[in-house]
Design a protein around this ligand. Structure first.
Ligand code: ADP
Ligand code: ZN
Length: 517
């Protein structure tokens, strides 16, 4: 039997594994479950494709997107690997052929839509088919906390029990702490080996400026980047059209891109952008899904994105070549209420609650209280040891003050109320509010009652956000945003650690619209 490395070189034409591909592959070959959280482009597919060749039987790959399945199967087939897909696009005859190959054990990999896999008839078939492994791609789709929940993924929760002997691997590129816990629980992956690769994109410089006169601010930004390619994201089609038209009027090679355009038009914009004939694309979120242009130098957000996942994915389209790139967010408080309004129109109350929470996280990123990268990576559960040195906050640090005392008061109050209340209540207790809830709970008798009455609600709220970004506290979203302490809070609580924090300064940070890099 050849080694996985040999397969990598002979079948896929790559010289060496990237970390941690080899470890993941070894785990699966040994029959263990795996959970993989790595950014797009990190090389997740090989993590199950190679073990599929090194274990007896067929590997099942669950994937939500028909187009993605087809691309993968074509690439595998071209490399001489026996792969097929089984989804609703096949004719009856094609489907019959795929099943025949499956039963004759002539398939190394079968890509399959979740609802097909979980149908009673197909599960019955699988009794007679030896399985190498089961891979669940885009695993965040199983969770309502993810940004792309798909009801047909929920059934996959039965896989772990239905196939106790078959190793299961779940892969995703987007999962905050809540989503990750949810995916693991729903798929029964408590015993899985977990692999997380950094989401950091050190070459991207993050900046947020207060949105004052957005078009003028955009023009000023563009005028200093005359020959660079960039993407400008705006929230609505109408706005996209307007900005693109104004830019074109002023001599920029810019075009609009949104879901309302005909396929041919969209295709043309993409191709012109790839070929560097178009310098700027003004787009709704739809742009960039399938394209991989290495030299996008900047991404501008004209409007506030609805959540950090989207923001991360969109800014991530800058600097794929590893060279310095920029992400600029124009942040206006007006945008918050617009976004709230849009979200609140949703019909599913649970979904609305989740999306509002995600919007809050986005807003707290936009407020200049911490290093941007810390806030961003912190959201994905990846603590950064120190400030990044490559964001507006780090390049132009605000005044700092000794926040040790206040932080300690806040953390101990969270502890005293039993880590069972949200920020509003904790702040009421700190400020000594004798309201009905506080009195009913007897929280006016806590040692932390009224120990922070001289500090304003806004300051306490800002401190909560900073402590969340810095990883001392986290809001348990599955539980109404109840504040909980992390391990990191202990040394601060026991007085073994000092904490210096930035003074809030949104207004003056944005004075003049933009500061030099
Ligand atoms: P993901 O699913 O994480 O987004 P893919 O599996 O699509 O990433 O891989 C992204 C790209 O990286 C592909 O072009 C793939 O061929 C390439 N790639 C993956 N692993 C390696 C490797 N070990 N060496 C070189 N290129 C690799
Ligand atoms: Zn920074």
């Amino acid at each position: 039997m050849t080694s996985p490395l040999h397969s990598l070189q002979q079948r896929f034409g790559h010289a060496a594994f990237r970390p941690p591909q080899q470890e993941i592959i070894d785990c699966l070959i040994a029959g263990r479950d795996v959970f993989v959280l790595m950014p797009t482009g990190a090389g997740k597919s090989l993590c199950y494709q190679i073990p599929a060749l090194h274990r007896p039987g067929t590997a099942l790959v669950v994937s939500p997107l028909v187009s993605l399945m087809k691309d993968q199967v074509d690439a595998l087939t071209a490399a001489g690997i026996r792969a097929a897909c089984y989804n609703a696009t096949l004719t009856a005859e094609q489907a019959r052929q795929v099943l025949a190959r499956l039963h004759r054990q002539q398939l190394d990999l079968l890509y399959i839509a979740p609802e097909r896999l979980m149908s009673a008839a197909f599960l019955e078939r699988l009794r007679e088919v030896p399985l190498a492994l089961i891979a669940v791609d885009e695993a965040h789709c199983v969770s309502q906390w993810g940004h792309d929940f798909r009801p047909e993924y929920v059934q996959l929760g039965r896989l772990r029990q239905l196939f106790p002997q078959v190793p299961l691997i779940a892969l995703t590129a987007t999962a905050d702490r809540q989503t990750r816990q949810d995916v693991v629980a729903r798929l029964g992956l408590e015993q899985a080996e977990t692999f997380v690769r950094s989401f950091d994109r050190p070459n991207i410089q993050y900046r947020v400026v207060e949105k004052l006169k957005p078009f003028a601010q955009l023009e000023a930004f563009l005028s200093r980047r005359r020959d660079q390619s960039g993407i400008i994201y705006a929230l609505s089609r109408k706005r996209v059209e307007e900005i693109a038209a104004k830019l074109a009027q002023r001599g920029h090679a810019a075009a609009a891109y949104h879901a309302g355009l005909a396929d041919g038009e969209r295709q043309a914009v993409q191709e012109a952008f790839l070929a560097d004939e178009l310098r700027l694309v003004v787009a709704t979120v739809a742009f960039g899904m399938g394209i991989d242009k290495p030299n996008v130098r900047f991404v501008v957000h004209y409007d506030l994105p609805k959540n950090i996942e989207s923001y991360y994915q969109e800014t991530g389209r800058a600097g794929r070549d590893g060279l310095p790139a920029e992400a600029l967010l124009l942040f206006g408080y007006g945008d918050i209420s617009i976004a709230r309004g849009l979200i609140s129109k949703g019909s599913n109350a649970e979904q609305v609650r989740i999306e509002l929470h995600k919007l809050n996280a986005m807003v707290s990123y936009a407020e200049p209280l911490t290093c941007r990268r810390r806030a961003l990576l912190g959201y994905f559960g990846e603590p950064l040891a120190e400030d990044c040195g490559n964001c507006d906050f780090c390049l132009n640090p605000p005044e700092r003050y000794d926040a040790t005392e206040d932080a300690r008061k806040l953390l101990s109050c969270v502890y005293r109320v039993g880590q069972r209340f949200g920020a509003g209540h904790v702040i009421d207790v700190l400020r000594g509010q004798r309201n009905q809830r506080v009195l009913q709970l007897g929280h006016d008798r806590l040692s932390t009652f009224a120990i922070g009455s001289e500090v304003s609600v806004e300051s306490w709220t800002g401190l909560v956000r900073q402590l969340v970004h810095l990883g001392y506290l986290y809001p348990d979203v599955a539980n109404y945003g109840v504040l909980k302490l992390t391990e990191a809070a202990r040394p601060l609580l026991t007085g073994q650690q000092q904490l210096w924090l930035a003074r809030p300064r949104l207004k003056d940070a944005a004075a003049g619209g933009e500061r030099p890099a």
